[in-house]
Write a protein that binds this ligand. Structure first.
Ligand code: COA
Ligand code: AMP
Length: 624
């Protein structure tokens, strides 16, 4: 037996024993006696009688244990050219003080705090401060438009919103304040107060309901940790589902701390004192788990980066950070590596830096194409580790576990299921299709600690969206297969979710925007292949009869509307007018057939298709 096999089988055969032992990694106020709480299936909970505080586990306990002077956070901004460092003691002081400021604004255990911020240290400080009070944060990515922020405000109903005067993109200042004000005007729910961090690049005027970050911090005594139940919510992170309002993925405190602490060594090979860099954004799940929580739970140093991998100032930006801080593990999305590869195909910038500290490059968020895998392996001379996960899981479902046991890498596969995740491939009826056959990727319940226990305020939607298609299983929304050696292969989504530059977006929401244009009779938005971003949304539009509009004008208007309603993150630039869309005789648009053509995995055309000739017109447009 291997260490991996032993751990994996124990995690499935005796989850109580496996996770009881893993729970020893966490400091509890009251140690749990219940490990898996299966009293209310299919809603499973973990460590349900345990008590703890997430911020205590991320900061205080390391200071108590003698890591006060070790670096906890290094912030690098390629855009402003600045660098900041915080020891565990300094970060704790900042977090405790900001927790005091939140309390000063009336935030107590269970209250929600929306955080709409760029990649500045204060974003991480606000997250940990919220956790310190036992309150619930909901971080919203800066590239979303006011309407998206408003939808999240209405669902989470925050007492306080923490934001900044601006974000900094390489080509422009992103003015957060007008977007925040517009969101609050749009939302039915109104927060009591907004705390605004004034960045020197763009100072804004504050409203009556706003307070300056520094002013409120000066006026507030530090706050101590509030003990919460393991099952109390730590955060809500909204993600794109199929059409309709975004899904509020809930993360609890106890299971999250156990799973993430366990993962840092076992999956990523990182322990206390190591230097770790996750080049993502705190607005995404990778940022929550592996910029903020996991590295700090583990007592490592986390690098937080504001900037892009290329162009700010050049394609050597990532490698200089690794050399400067002797980074041991880098985690990013394949799209970032593709962007670097395009600018620096021969790896000349890589050769200029000393990358001897780097032991692994981890990639996730979208499919790792073999070309990118081979290029990175060759140029970096480092293992390149694909890992598959979702906002819902909160940590990897499949990976090559670098601390537990390293297994051979197979390009195109994120390797083996992580302990706790009983992964299988099923057909439409939920029947296991066995090894080597493609189908829907499902996970037998219960999901392990760290995975979402429900959707915010909506157990019913949780059950109907995820637990109903295949009884006793979680439907991942991804399709793929498992090979003879147990390696998992993810081929793509089976629903209308697409991945643009590692960002998860719903084509259904984009279709709603396209369809609202007065010239549009019907439309389908499909993710088509893109060399750098993996996929890019493209709208196929049928005009209302008698409408005469210049296609260039139509595209411009719809693109502007998309930026207005969803935001620049949608990277939506393409609208094509077509004579018709492929439909069944009953009038249903064959989006799945269109997606298959776009993915290069065209299935047999359904016999119910009304007009097969339409596909011949669409095929070249769907392929790029
Ligand atoms: N706030 C405001 N706007 C933002 C933003 C933010 N936080 N992040 C992105 N945007 C904007 C960009 O400025 C761009 O706007 P534009 O159309 O006016 O140029 C638009 O949203 C699209 O952004 P993006 O898709 O990121 O494209 P890009 O060309 O700026 O950068 C990559 C492309 C590949 C370099 C970049 O996406 C990247 O580094 N991604 C990998 C890392 C990552 O974050 N992965 C996520 C999960 S692991
Ligand atoms: P998100 O919830 O934003 O993390 O996006 C999750 C989705 O990204 C998954 O459902 C997959 O479709 C895709 N994804 C994430 N990691 C991988 C990977 N390693 N390989 C293939 N697809 C991935």
């Amino acid at each position: 037996m291997s260490d991996y096999r032993d751990a994996y089988e124990l995690s499935l055969n005796d989850p109580n024993m496996f996770w009881r032992e893993a729970a020893e990694l966490v400091t509890w106020d009251r140690k749990p006696t219940i490990i898996l709480d299966d009293s209310n299936p299919p809603l499973y909970r973990w460590f349900s009688d345990g008590r703890m505080n997430t911020c205590f586990n991320a900061l205080d306990r390391h200071v108590i244990a003698g890591r006060a002077d070790q670096l906890a956070l290094v912030h690098e901004s390629a855009i402003t050219g600045t660098s900041q460092q915080f020891t565990y003691a300094q970060l704790l002081e900042k977090v405790a003080t900001f927790a005091g400021a939140l309390r000063n604004c009336g935030v107590e255990k269970g209250d929600r705090v929306v955080i709409y911020m760029p990649m500045v240290p204060e974003a991480l400080i606000a997250m940990l401060a919220t956790a310190r009070l036992g309150a619930v944060h909901s971080v919203v990515f800066g590239g979303f438009a006011p309407a998206e922020l408003a939808a999240r405000i209405d669902d989470a109903k925050p007492k306080v919103i923490v934001s900044a005067s601006c974000g900094l993109e390489p080509n422009r200042i992103v003015e957060y304040k007008p977007m925040l004000d517009a969101s609050i005007a749009l939302a039915d729910h109104k927060p009591d107060q907004c705390i605004i961090l004034q960045r020197p690049q763009h100072i804004v005027e504050l409203n009556d309901c706003d307070v300056d970050w520094h002013d409120i911090v000066k006026a507030s005594p530090p706050a101590e940790c509030v003990s919460v139940m393991a099952t109390d919510p730590l955060y809500i992170l909204y993600t794109s589902g199929t059409t309709g309002k975004p899904k509020g993925i809930v993360r609890d405190n106890g299971g999250h701390a156990v799973a993430l602490t366990w993962s840092m060594w076992n999956v990523y090979g990182i322990k206390a004192g190591d230097m770790w860099w996750s080049a993502s954004d705190v607005g995404w799940v990778v940022g929550h788990s592996y910029i903020v929580y996991a590295p700090l739970f583990a007592g490592a140093t986390t690098v937080m980066y504001e900037g892009k991998p290329v162009g700010t100032p050049d394609a050597g930006a990532f490698w200089r950070v690794i050399e400067k801080h002797k980074v041991k593990g880098l985690f990013t999305a394949p799209t970032a590596i593709r962007a670097i590869k395009k600018e620096d195909p021969n790896g000349e910038w890589i050769a200029k830096s000393d990358l001897s500290s780097l032991q692994n490059l981890f990639l996730a968020g979208e499919r790792l194409d073999p070309d990118t895998y081979h290029w990175a392996t060759l140029k970096l001379n480092t293992p390149v580790i694909d890992n598959w996960w979702q906002t819902e899981s909160g940590w990897p479902i499949a990976s090559n576990l670098r601390g537990l046991e390293q297994v051979p890498i197979k390009p195109g596969s994120p390797s083996l299921p992580v302990p706790g995740f009983d992964v299988l491939v099923v057909d439409e009826t939920g029947k296991d299709v066995g090894r080597g056959h493609e189908g829907n990727i499902a996970i037998r319940l219960p999901l392990p600690p760290g995975s979402f226990p429900t959707l915010w305020g909506d157990d019913e939607r949780f059950i109907s969206s995820y637990l109903t298609a295949f009884p006793g299983m979680y439907a991942s929304g991804d399709g793929g297969y498992i090979d003879e050696d147990g390696y998992v292969y993810i081929m793509g989504r089976t629903d209308d979710v697409i991945n643009v530059a590692g960002h998860r977006l719903s084509t259904g929401s984009m279709e709603a925007v396209v369809a609202s244009h007065p010239a549009v009779a019907e439309c389908a938005v499909i993710g088509v292949a893109d060399e750098i971003k993996g996929q890019l949304p493209k709208a196929f539009v049928v005009l209302k009869s008698g409408v005469d509009i210049d296609p260039v004008v139509l595209e411009k208007e719809i693109v502007a509307q998309m930026r207005q309603e969803i935001g620049p993150v949608a990277a939506f630039h393409h609208v094509v007018v077509v004579p018709g869309l492929p439909k069944t005789r009953s009038g249903k648009i064959l989006r799945r057939t269109m997606r298959g053509i776009a993915d290069g995995r065209e299935e047999a055309v359904p016999s119910t298709i009304e007009d097969p000739a339409i596909l011949a017109i669409l095929r070249p447009l769907l392929r790029g």
